[in-house]
Design a protein around this ligand. Structure first.
Ligand SMILES: [Zn+2]
Length: 367
């Protein structure tokens, strides 16, 4: 291209002044703004679209979000969950993906491993990017001696060896936030308090017979020790949400492990409200290991309400503003009798691109 005088002027300081552009605020090259949310391609790696409803993927598309819908061994029948994600993947080619899961209700039966691997293969043939394992392993499932089955149980090992050998990603929701083992009045965050009030069956403080928090974390570490090549993402910040330093230690210990922030953004905010630099430094240092996920569930109960779309969009935008900008996000985060202000972390563009897209593309092989 010939550099004309006109173009040269336009690109020089003098040119900016001549064209009156010097009075316009220039975009900050190194950072995204709140408005960039709708323009930047993103992946929500932890979504539960449990009904074949188009409104939510359409909203995602309009906001440049690629959705990964995750099947879970809970709620409604797995066969139906599988049908929904298969249908939606076909309906939105190249714009939606899914993670399968496998049932564990036949655990201990003779054909369990064979049937599970067959079920995994069926999911892979339908395009599953990986598989989720859930907290029912470690908190609900028991063996025939009445003991809790943990994720490192040797009887499950052939399944993980199979996934490891095939290079298939595994998303593990193992254990719970540390708050789950605390009495109600010591639970730090309001969302956790609400959840355990509503679900006393999962409030482990009330179930001292069940494995401890430490046992849950150790079982997951054993799994990764025994399957060092397993592609593993510890969802919900690998249940180490209460301390970015603890997450960092495990990411160092397990160099192939990833984490996602799904449904634990409030724990990052709680820590950054006390020391912003601490959380910011963590995300910059581990920029190749963290993925975005919202953990939104769309089901029969909420899919028909327009408010659900607004709630989802608001959550997506708030999360983006928290990570990308330094604006005020929460005026009063109530923790115990304290009220804290949360402002954004203003992560550099490259870090945002990795957390919101590049890491997931690489880890899950999304094109
Ligand atoms: Zn989830």
């Amino acid at each position: 291209m010939t550099i004309t005088r006109r173009l040269f002027l336009k690109n020089s300081a003098l040119g900016l002044a001549l064209y009156g552009l010097d009075r316009l605020p220039l975009p900050e090259a190194g950072y995204y703004s709140a408005e960039d949310f709708a323009k930047v391609p993103k992946i929500d790696t932890h979504f539960h679209l449990d009904v074949p409803n188009n409104a939510f993927p359409d909203l995602a598309l309009s906001m440049k979000f690629h959705l990964v819908s995750v099947n879970v061994d809970a709620g409604f029948p797995l066969k139906e969950q599988f049908e929904v994600v298969k249908t939606m993947k076909q309906r939105y080619p190249g714009q939606m993906d899914f993670l399968g899961t496998f049932p564990v209700d036949k655990f201990g039966q003779k054909s369990f491993i064979k049937d599970t691997i067959a079920y995994i293969d069926t999911n892979l043939q339908a395009g599953a990017l990986g598989f989720k394992v859930w907290k029912n392993i470690g908190m609900v499932l028991k063996n025939d001696q009445g003991r809790f089955v943990m994720i490192d149980d040797p009887a499950l090992a052939p399944i993980f060896s199979y996934l490891e050998k095939k290079g298939v990603p595994v998303m593990g929701h193992l254990g719970e936030p540390k708050n789950c083992w605390l009495p109600e009045n010591e639970i730090t965050l309001p969302a956790d308090k609400r959840y355990y009030t509503r679900h006393p069956e999962y409030h482990m403080y009330k179930h001292p017979e069940a494995p401890t928090y430490e046992q849950q974390i150790m079982a997951r570490r054993n799994l990764l020790n025994r399957h060092p090549r397993l592609k593993y993402v510890g969802t919900h910040l690998a249940s180490l949400e209460w301390s970015v330093e603890e997450i960092a230690l495990d990411l160092d210990r397990y160099p192939r492990m990833m984490v996602d922030v799904a449904a634990r953004m409030d724990h990052l905010q709680y820590q950054s409200a006390q020391d912003k630099d601490r959380v910011r430094r963590f995300l910059i240092r581990y920029q190749d290991r963290v993925m975005y996920g919202s953990d939104t569930t769309i089901d029969h109960q909420n899919s028909e309400s327009k408010a659900t779309l607004d709630i989802l969009l608001k959550k997506w935008k708030t999360d983006w503003a928290y990570l990308a900008t330094d604006s005020l996000i929460i005026e009063k985060l109530k923790v115990g009798d304290k009220e804290m202000q949360v402002s954004g972390l203003k992560l550099p563009r490259e870090v945002m691109d990795k957390i919101y897209r590049k890491n997931a593309r690489q880890f899950f092989g999304i094109k």
